[in-house]
Write a protein that binds this ligand. Structure first.
Ligand code: SAH
Length: 220
């Protein structure tokens, strides 16, 4: 076998970046050992795909650091039967991780070229339980609602009301909330009429730009 599937690098990433920092969900760790992260980055960056940081993917956007993808995924608490909505498809890497762990994944990306590239990568890798569309994810995806889990992979000024509405009872919304330069990764759980919030850690994401996010003119 040529060394081009980066298995050694992928397993080293799981051990040194995820397990060593406290990711414990066995299913999540196994998904990270399976998903070919190097397929989601530009050709010139493949050798860096398993390094401990984000990488550029075009349109001024980034594929998130592996640990950040892992902690967000673990926070959703997926068991395998869920319908999940992702806002911010980007490269499609987080989408693939979700597709390994949930029943159905719907994902929305603001930039059509990123959405198309992600679709192509996900199709090429054989993911059948994923649907990607171009649009403003701050409004959610009403036609497919409600969702067991919603994950937002861009930083929001506040929780988009539409996303809370599209969450099932006991469903979880994982979202970075805060300013344009740094945010707090927060998990909101819908319980009866209440929304329970749980802060996970500080984080730095590109801005969530849309009707219920940052305006285009505010984003930098
Ligand atoms: N999970 C992705 C993260 C990409 S960065 C990955 O690891 O590859 C966040 C993405 O959110 C960017 O691609 C950005 O274009 C997208 N985004 C920002 N605001 C959005 C919105 N309102 N709707 C959909 N996508 C949005």
């Amino acid at each position: 076998m040529p060394h081009t599937d980066y298995e050694v690098e992928r397993n080293a990433m799981v051990d040194a970046q995820l397990i060593a920092r406290g990711i414990t969900d066995r299913r999540v760790l196994d998904a990270f050992r399976r998903v070919l992260r190097h397929e989601f980055v530009p050709d010139s960056l493949k050798k860096q795909a398993y390094e401990d940081h984000p990488l550029p993917i075009g349109e001024g956007q980034t594929i998130s650091q592996p640990y950040m993808v892992a902690i967000m995924t673990e926070s959703l608490g997926l068991k395998g039967s869920e319908k999940v909505l992702e806002i911010g498809t980007g490269s499609g890497y987080q989408t693939a991780i979700l597709a390994e762990l949930a029943k159905e994944v719907y994902s929305i990306e603001r930039f059509a070229d990123l959405a198309d590239a992600a679709k192509k990568t996900l199709d090429g890798l054989g993911y059948k339980n994923v649907t990607v569309k171009t649009g403003d994810g701050t409004l959610g995806w009403q036609e497919q609602a409600p969702y067991d889990g919603i994950i937002v992979t861009a930083g929001a000024p506040e929780i988009p009301e539409s996303l809370i509405k599209q969450l099932k009872e006991s469903g979880r919304l994982v979202i970075p909330v805060g300013g344009t330069f740094s945010q707090v990764l927060t998990v909101f759980t819908k319980k009866k009429d209440k929304i329970i919030s749980n802060e996970i850690c500080g984080c730095v994401f590109v801005p969530l730009v849309g009707k219920e996010g940052w305006r285009v003119s505010q984003r930098n």
